[in-house]
Design a protein around this ligand. Structure first.
Ligand code: PLP
Length: 433
C-alpha cells in the first residue's frame, strides 16, 4: 500500500514553476532521498497532516524550533492576543525586553540583540568580533554550519593554515580569503592555525555541539581548549547555539561543555527555539563587547523586523514553558526512539552509529565513532534513503537527509512514540535490502 501523494505532487509542480526547485530552502526538496516532498497543510502536537490528508509523526519539528510541539494552545493564545494588538511597529516594545531578560537569565549572555534568522545572528556576531578586535580573520570548522553567511560558506584551502575557498558559486574569493576552515576535533590544526595567523584572528566560531553533519560531540575538553586558545590570542570565542540553544539541554549545548568545564563564550548566537516557530534569532555575550554595537558603539547592525512583537511573544511563551519537566520528557522520548532505532537496525544487520547531545540525536548509516566531517561523509546515504521512505510510508516524517538531527518535542507522547517504534523494523529491513 502506498500513501496518496497526488495533492503534494500537484503543488510541487506548481511550486517548481514559480520557485527554484519548488522550495524555499534546499533540503525540503527531498533531493538527497528522492521522491515527492510532502506539502504540509496543518500540524498539531507531534503530528503533521499533508495536502493529501496523510498523517505523520513529526521528527523534524521545523528543524528544531517546535520544542513544545505544534499549535500549543497556550502559546497560540498569547500569539493571537499579540496579533490583535498589531503585528509590527518599528519601535521598541515590552515583549522584546522580556524575551531579552529571559535569555540573559538562562544563558551566559549578558546582553543580547535580536535579529530575524540564525544567519543574521552569526553574520552580525562576526562583524561585531571584527569591529571589537580590529582584526579580520575568522576561523571555523568543516561540517559546522552557521547559516548562509558568505564568509562562512567556505571550504578548506589546500593546507591546514591556508585560507579558505568559496563553498558555493556566488561567493567571491574575497569573501572567504579571510576565513580559515579546520577539521573538527583536531587540536593540532587549531594550534597550527593560531601559530601562523594568531595576531590577525578576530574570532573562532563553532557550533555548541555540531549538529549539521549529524551530531558530532566535541571530544572532552576540546571546546575548553578552543576557549583558552582564543583567550591567549586575543580572539573572541563565538559559540553558535542556533540549533542547540534551549534545546540540547535547558542550558543549550553549553550545558554539556562550558557549564561542566568552566568556560564561557565571548559571544553566542541563538535562533530556532527562541522564536517559538516565528522568525526570531539573537546574538549576545559579554557586555563590554556588545556595547560596541550601534547605537551604543560604532559597529553598525540593524533590522526592520528585528524584535518583532509577534515573534518575541511566541518565543517568550515557548521559553517560559520550557521547564525541567519538558527537558526530562524530551530526553526520555529521544532515548526511547534512538534505542529502538538502533535495535531495529542491528537486528536487520545495518551498520549504524547513534550519536547524541542532550535531547538531540542523529543516526549515521555507518559504524564506528564519527569525530569530524570526513567521518560523517563516509556513510551509506542510499541505505538512509530506503529507511527514510519506509518510515514515511508508515507515517513517520524523518529529516530528508542522512546528515540531520532527529528532533522530538514535549508533545511526543506515548502514542506518537509507539507509532515511531512500530515503524522501525520494516524500515530497517528496507535499509538492509
Ligand atoms: N547556525 C546553526 C548552528 C544552524 O543550525 C543554523 C540553521 O540550521 C543556522 C546557524 C542558520 O539559521 P537560519 O536558518 O535561521 O538562518
Amino acid at each position: 500500500m502506498t500513501l496518496p501523494t497526488s495533492a503534494s505532487a500537484a503543488l510541487f509542480e506548481r511550486a517548481r514553476s514559480v520557485t527554484p526547485g519548488g522550495v524555499n530552502s534546499p533540503v525540503r526538496a527531498f533531493n538527497a532521498v528522492g521522491g515527492t516532498p510532502r506539502f504540509i497543510r496543518s500540524a498539531q502536537g507531534a503530528w503533521l497532516t499533508d495536502a493529501d490528508g496523510n498523517r505523520y509523526v513529526d521528527l523534524i519539528c521545523s528543524w528544531g524550533p517546535m520544542l513544545l510541539g505544534h499549535a500549543h494552545p497556550e502559546v497560540l493564545a498569547e500569539v493571537n492576543a499579540a496579533v490583535l494588538r498589531g503585528t509590527s511597529y518599528g519601535t521598541p516594545t515590552e515583549p522584546e525586553v522580556e524575551l531579552a531578560e529571559e535569555i540573559v537569565r538562562r544563558t551566559t549572555a549578558e546582553k543580547v540583540r535580536f535579529v530575524s534568522s540564525g544567519t543574521e545572528a552569526t553574520m552580525s556576531a562576526i562583524r561585531l568580533a571584527r569591529g571589537f578586535t580590529g582584526r579580520d580573520v575568522v576561523v571555523k570548522f568543516a561540517g559546522n554550519y552557521h547559516g548562509h553567511v558568505d564568509a562562512l560558506l567556505a571550504s578548506a584551502g589546500s593546507g591546514l593554515a591556508t585560507f579558505a575557498v568559496p563553498g558555493t558559486p556566488g561567493v567571491p574569493a574575497s569573501a572567504t580569503d579571510l576565513t580559515l576552515v579546520l577539521p573538527y576535533n583536531d587540536r593540532a590544526a587549531v594550534t597550527a592555525a593560531f601559530a601562523e595567523h594568531g595576531p590577525r584572528i578576530a574570532a573562532l566560531i563553532v557550533e555548541a555541539v555540531p549538529g549539521n553533519m549529524g551530531i558530532v560531540p566535541p571530544e572532552p575538553g576540546f571546546h575548553a581548549f578552543l576557549a583558552e586558545t582564543c583567550r591567549a590570542a586575543g580572539a573572541l570565542f563565538v559559540l553558535d547555539e542556533v540549533m542547540t540553544g534551549f534545546r540540547a539541554t535547558a542550558q543549550g549545548g553549553w550545558g554539556l561543555t562550558g557549564a561542566v568545564e568552566g568556560w564561557t563564550p565571548d559571544l553566542v548566537t541563538f535562533g530556532k527555539v527562541m522564536g517559538g516557530g516565528f522568525p526570531a534569532a539573537a546574538f549576545g555575550g559579554r557586555a563590554d563587547v556588545m556595547s560596541h554595537l550601534s547605537p551604543e558603539g560604532n559597529v553598525y547592525q540593524a533590522g526592520t523586523l528585528s524584535g518583532n512583537p509577534i515573534a518575541t511573544t511566541a518565543g517568550l511563551a515557548t521559553l517560559r514553558r520550557a521547564t525541567d519537566e519538558v527537558y526530562a520528557h524530551l530526553d526520555a522520548a529521544a532515548t526511547t526512539i534512538s534505542d529502538a532505532a538502533s535495535a531495529a537496525l542491528t537486528a536487520a544487520g545495518v551498520p549504524h552509529r547513534v550519536q547524541s547531545a542532550g535531547t538531540m540525536f542523529s543516526i549515521f548509516f555507518r559504524d564506528g565513532e564519527v569525530k569530524n566531517f570526513a567521518d560523517a561523509s563516509a556513510q551509506d546515504e542510499k541505505a538512509y534513503a530506503a529507511f527514510f521512505h519506509a518510515m514515511l510510508e508508515q507515517g513517520v516524517y524523518l529529516p530528508p537527509s542522512a546528515y540531520e538531527v532527529w528532533f522530538v518535542s514535549a508533545a511526543h507522547d506515548d502514542e506518537a512514540v509507539a507509532h515511531v517504534l512500530a515503524a522501525l523494523p520494516k524500515a530497517a529491513q528496507a535499509a538492509a535490502a
